[in-house]
Design a protein around this ligand. Structure first.
Ligand code: LLP
Length: 420
C-alpha cells in the first residue's frame, strides 16, 4: 500500500526511517513548516528527466523532430526555464505565458503562439519579439498578422486543422472532433493556406493538429496524422500534445517511447520524409513531477468521513471541472494498518469542492499533513482566489535543497487590485 502510493509521487520520492515522505531529498514536513500550506512541491530532477525522455524518444526515431513544452500545463518562469535548459521550445497560449517564457530565456525562434481568439495585443507581442511560429486558428488571425507585421517582415505560420478524430477522455478536453472551436475543418484550412501563401506578411510553414488531453491510448493521437497529410506537403507538422498522465493506480498511460513510436510510424506512412515534426506535450511532461501538501483543518465523522484541508478547488480545479481522480496519503502514515475510507474536501463554499472522493487514510486528525500526488499539470495554471484565497507558492526541490520559485500571494496582493 505505502509502496503503491509512493509510486504516484515524483520519481525518486522515498519514505525515510520515520515513514515521512521525502521528495527531491526534502522532507515534506520540513517543507510545510518552512513554507506553510498548501504548497506545490516540484521535483526538478523529475521535470528534467521527462524532458530528456521526450527529446530522446522522439529524435531517435525522427531526426528532424523537436519538442515544445505546452506552457499552459505549468506556466511559470522556473518550469519554462527548465524546459529551455533541456533544449525544448515553448508553446504559449497568451501574452502572460509569452512574457514568462521570454523571462525564462527562451530563444524567441523556438516559441509557438496558440489561441483560438488571439488579441491584437498578443499578435503585436509576437511580432515585437519575432517569435518562431504563430499557429493560425482562423481567418481573423491572418487579418491581424497582416495588419501588424512590419513591412518586409514575414511571420512564419502553421494552420490549425481539425482532424475529425475523437478520443476517450473528458469531453471538455477534446479538441480534434468536428465541431471543435479550435482550428478549421480541412476544406476551410485549405482555403486559408492558399490565402497565406499569397500574403506578403506571412510564410506558410505547415499544419498543426491537437486531438485533446489526458488521452491514455496512442491510437487517436496517431490517427490525426493522415487527415493533415491529406492537405498537402509542407516543411513542418506540429502534432500537438495530449498524452495522458498517471494520477491513480488504475491509470496505465502509454510510455513516451510508445507514443513516439506510434506518431513516427504514422509520420513515416503519411508525411514527407524531410518534414520537421513538432510535438507539444504539457500534462504528461509535468503532472507526476509535483505534489501538493495540505494541512488537515477539520475531520468530520458521520455517514462519510470528511477530511477538510486548507486548500481545494482554489489550487486544484481538475476534480471539479473534469472529475479527475487523484489519490492522497497522510504524511508519516502512508502504510498504517488502521486506515479508514475518507473523502478529502477543500475549504471552499461549494459541495463540488472535493479533492479525493473515497480514499483510505490512516486515522486522519487535525494538524496532519496530507499529500496529493500528480498535481503538476494544470493545477497551478487554474489556481484562483475563490473565497479570498491567496494562491499557493511553488517550491522546487532537488538533492535536499528547496528553492522557492513562486511565492504565496499576500493579502496586500489581493487588496492591490481592489482600487475602489
Ligand atoms: N497543444 C495545444 C494546442 C493545446 O491546446 C494543449 C492543451 C496542448 C498542446 C497540451 O496538451 P497536453 O499534453 O497537456 O494534454 N484545462 C485543462 C487542460 C486543457 C488542455 C488544453 N490544451 C485541464 O485543467 O486539465
Amino acid at each position: 500500500m505505502a509502496e503503491d502510493l509512493l509510486s504516484l509521487f515524483p520519481p525518486g520520492s522515498t519514505l525515510d526511517a520515520t515513514g515521512t515522505l521525502v521528495v527531491g531529498g526534502c522532507r515534506a514536513d520540513d517543507l510545510a513548516a518552512e513554507l506553510g500550506t498548501p504548497v506545490l512541491v516540484v521535483s526538478e530532477d523529475a521535470l528534467r528527466a521527462r524532458a530528456r525522455e521526450y527529446v530522446g524518444e522522439l529524435t531517435s526515431r525522427w531526426g528532424r523532430a523537436r519538442v515544445v513544452f505546452a506552457s499552459k500545463a505549468f506556466p511559470c518562469t522556473a518550469v519554462q526555464r527548465v524546459m529551455v535548459e533541456e533544449g525544448l521550445g515553448l508553446d504559449v497560449a497568451g501574452g502572460g505565458e509569452l512574457l514568462t517564457a521570454l523571462k525564462a530565456g527562451v530563444d524567441p525562434a523556438l516559441v509557438v503562439l496558440h489561441g483560438n481568439a488571439k488579441s491584437d495585443e498578443e499578435i503585436a507581442l509576437a511580432a515585437e519579439h519575432r517569435i518562431g511560429l504563430v499557429v493560425v486558428d482562423n481567418a481573423d488571425d491572418v487579418d491581424r498578422i497582416e495588419a501588424t507585421m512590419p513591412a518586409g517582415v514575414r511571420q512564419d505560420v502553421l494552420v490549425r486543422v481539425i482532424p475529425g478524430v475523437t478520443a476517450d477522455t473528458h469531453s471538455s478536453v477534446l479538441t480534434g472532433h468536428e465541431g471543435s472551436k479550435f482550428g478549421l475543418a480541412p476544406r476551410d484550412a485549405a482555403a486559408l493556406v492558399r490565402r497565406i501563401e499569397h500574403s506578403p506578411r506571412m510564410r506558410m510553414r505547415g499544419l498543426h493538429v491537437h486531438v485533446g488531453s489526458q488521452i491514455l491510448d496512442v491510437e487517436p493521437l496517431a490517427a490525426a496524422v493522415a487527415p493533415v497529410a491529406a492537405l498537402g506537403e509542407f516543411p513542418v507538422y506540429d502534432l500537438g500534445g495530449g498524452l495522458g498522465a498517471r494520477y491513480t493506480w488504475a491509470d496505465e498511460p502509454p510510455t513516451v517511447a510508445a507514443y513516439a513510436e506510434a506518431l513516427v510510424a504514422a509520420a513515416r506512412a503519411h508525411l514527407p520524409a524531410e518534414a520537421e515534426l513538432v510535438v507539444e506535450p504539457g500534462r504528461s511532461m509535468v503532472a507526476t513531477a509535483a505534489t501538493t501538501l495540505y494541512r488537515v483543518t477539520t475531520v468530520k465523522r458521520g455517514v462519510t468521513t470528511f477530511v477538510a484541508v486548507d486548500g481545494g478547488m482554489s489550487d486544484n480545479l481538475e476534480v471539479a471541472l473534469f472529475q479527475q481522480r487523484f489519490e492522497a496519503g497522510i504524511v508519516g502514515r502512508f502504510d498504517a494498518a488502521d486506515s479508514e475510507p475518507a473523502t478529502v474536501v477543500g475549504r471552499h463554499c461549494e459541495s463540488g469542492d472535493v479533492l479525493v472522493d473515497g480514499v483510505p487514510l490512516s486515522a486522519p486528525r487535525v494538524g496532519d499533513l496530507l499529500a496529493v500526488p500528480a498535481t503538476g499539470a494544470y493545477c497551478f495554471t487554474m489556481a484562483n482566489n475563490y473565497n479570498g484565497t491567496r494562491r499557493l507558492p511553488v517550491v522546487f526541490v532537488r538533492d535536499g535543497e528547496a528553492r522557492l520559485v513562486v511565492r504565496r500571494e499576500t493579502w496586500d496582493d489581493l487588496l492591490a487590485r481592489d482600487v475602489d
